[in-house]
Design a protein around this ligand. Structure first.
Ligand code: FAD
Length: 560
């Protein structure tokens, strides 16, 4: 178009040049130095964390209609399933981490990263209070604020000590990369110290007593890895003290790996017994001192004391202080974990999403919806459903809430199974409802795993990618037009199975469809799946070469 007017607007400290077309529509706008830029129309999305949930969200976010900022005290992503392998030198710490800036630089749009921790979420002003994660001597801990339009909380969780006296002071944890490095050094220290001539035999025995508290997957894997290093490397390198090394695994419940299939639990317990790992089930830790673990037997109430050289505490997770504070602010103070709905929106809060270990989906709400669906299919004329109709109901429910499928299948929902047997073709709706509410009480939260966190990150990113389109068509697809419903599908967790490495090149796997596989071949499956799941080709190459190095030269037991 030909220019009819040129207007120069002078502003303090700068100016802007505007060109108008013949019909007086501005089509060119030039800012000179100091001129004010037009405010970005993009919504500002702030992501807290660089773990499984956050990284998956950033990886799948394709839409450029957001201005994204990431805040985390860790400037890398850590592949946590390989942390136990770092504790004994099978894999190097740097092999399992990927700098977050490498990941962000591959995104098609710019993402800002701040290495800082958020210590307060001010939801009413949509502001985050952050503190620089300064760990070197470059400066102090500066504080600053970050505003957001949409907040994505993916800060994970911290170790749960259950306020057991002495745990924070004396126990080692296995949660972060630094924990694994510290453990590796302490382990070597124990053997070096036990080898000194000045140390008494009794002290030697104490130093070489390794106690693992918690028989979950992490505790069991660590105990198994520790046993491997003692048998395969320490026996050769420290022949004089090798036979004094002892591993004890303390579990408060009746069995280890109790979230796995019974066959896996049994195999693991028998293997540990054969390997000489002292497995003490039903044993609760009541206190930790510098040299002793105090225990109490759950059945007999008998108290005991175990001298130790190294204790590893692995008994589960608890919310971080920033989350506890946020929960109080938004009226969730009485809960144990931050609750979201099935679209991962924090309950009682606007434009805030929470995913991964820091939150849980409120299953009770899901159950109410299930019962509502059930109510809709209830026949008007009779109170009974035949088997076919029953299947349809279950089909409707599990299509919308696949997590329920897992629980319906479990044999412990005895009432449900008994009901099916009893009515053989006809199901009493009221009784079925009763049984469903029993399922409700047995419904557990989704497990706190990388699998859940990564799937939630992917799900949310895909919702965000479609958000703009949905805002243009706010009525959404027909199936979600009823009031109170969100325009996206609720989050659906797909369980791909879980591994439990048991040492001696043997792994147990529980795969979908209750398929269990245990042994050496499963270990190779574990190697190939974990290698393929690593976040980049760089880390994949490093980990595979670490495995190769370990097979060829053994583990590195130097203390650096
Ligand atoms: P995380 O991955 O812990 O990430 C949290 C992020 O938030 C971190 O980047 C952290 O630095 C950041 N952060 C913390 N505080 C703040 C703050 N105040 N402000 C801003 N950022 C903050 N799961 C599996 O599925 N399979 C396995 O084999 C498996 N093995 C495991 C082995 C070990 C040893 C451990 C510890 C865990 C294992 N898990 C496994 C569980 C899995 O690691 C977690 O479920 C997963 O890390 C949860 O992801 P997340 O993103 O919620 O939290």
């Amino acid at each position: 178009p030909s220019l009819s007017k040129i207007l120069i607007v002078s502003t303090v400290g700068g100016g802007s040049l505007l060109a108008f077309s013949d019909d007086c529509r501005p089509f060119l706008r030039v800012f000179t130095d100091g001129g004010q830029q037009p405010e970005s129309k993009k919504k500002k999305v702030v992501v807290l964390g660089t773990g499984w949930a956050a990284t998956s969200f950033l990886k799948y976010l394709k839409s450029e209609s957001y201005e994204v900022q990431v805040v985390s005290p860790r400037n890398y992503f850590a592949f946590t399933p390989l942390l136990p392998s770092v504790t004994n030198g099978t894999v190097e710490a740097r092999s399992i981490v990927e700098p977050i800036r490498n990941i962000l630089s591959k995104r098609p749009y710019q993402i800002d990263f701040k290495e800082a921790e958020c210590f307060k979420i001010d939801a009413s002003n949509k502001t985050l209070h952050c503190r620089s994660a300064q760990v070197t001597n470059l400066g102090g801990k500066e504080e600053f604020t970050v505003d957001y339009d949409i907040l994505i909380i993916a800060v994970g969780a911290q170790v749960n000590t259950f306020n057991t006296p002495g745990v924070s002071e004396y126990a080692h944890f296995l949660k972060e990369v630094e924990d694994a490095q510290k453990l590796r050094n302490t382990l070597v220290d124990c053997f070096e110290r036990a080898n000194l001539p000045s140390v008494s035999d009794e002290e030697r025995k104490r130093i070489l007593h390794f106690v693992v508290v918690g028989g979950g997957p992490v505790g069991v894997e660590f105990a198994a890895e520790l046993h491997d290093v003692v048998v395969q490397d320490i026996a050769k390198l420290y022949p004089s003290v090798n036979n004094l090394a002892k591993i004890t695994l303390l579990e408060a419940g009746d069995h280890i790996l109790n979230m796995y299939d019974k066959r896996i639990t049994k195999f693991a317990e028998t293997k540990f017994q054969r390997d000489g790992i002292d497995l003490k089930t039903g044993s609760m830790v009541t206190k930790l001192s510098a040299k002793d673990v105090s225990t109490k037997d759950r059945a007999t109430g008998e108290c005991g004391s175990i001298p130790y050289g190294l204790v590893v505490w692995s008994t589960g997770i608890a919310p971080r202080p920033v989350i506890l504070d946020f929960m109080k602010q938004i009226g969730q103070g009485s809960r144990r974990v931050l609750a979201t709905d099935e679209w991962l929106r924090v309950e009682g809060c606007d434009s805030v999403y929470a995913l991964g270990d820091c939150a849980t989906i409120n299953q009770r709400k899901a159950m109410e919806d299930i019962l509502a669906i059930f109510g809709q299919v209830k026949k008007d004329d009779t109170n009974f459903l035949n088997k076919q109709e029953f299947r349809k109901v279950i089909g409707d429910i599990t299509e919308r809430y696949p997590q329920v499928q897992l629980y319906l299948k479990k044999s412990k929902v005895k009432n449900m199974v008994a009901l099916l047997d009893k009515y053989e073709g006809e199901i009493d709706i009221e009784k079925f409802k009763e049984a469903l509410s029993q399922v409700d009480s047995q419904m557990k939260n989704l497990p706190a795993t990388a699998q859940v966190a990564a799937q939630q990150g992917e799900y949310l990113a895909k919702c965000f990618n479609r958000m703009e389109k949905c805002e243009q068509n706010p009525e959404g697809p027909r199936r979600f037009r009823t009031t109170g419903h969100h325009r996206f599908h609720p989050f659906r967790y797909k369980h791909f199975g879980q591994f439990a490495p048991l040492g001696g090149e043997q792994t147990a796997a529980q795969l979908p469809g209750d398929w269990v596989s245990i042994g050496h071949s499963t270990q190779w499956l574990w190697y190939s799946i974990y290698a393929s799941k690593l976040v980049s080709w760089r880390t994949r190459m490093l980990v595979v070469s670490d495995w190769f190095r370990r097979f060829t030269f053994g583990r590195d037991t130097s203390r650096i």
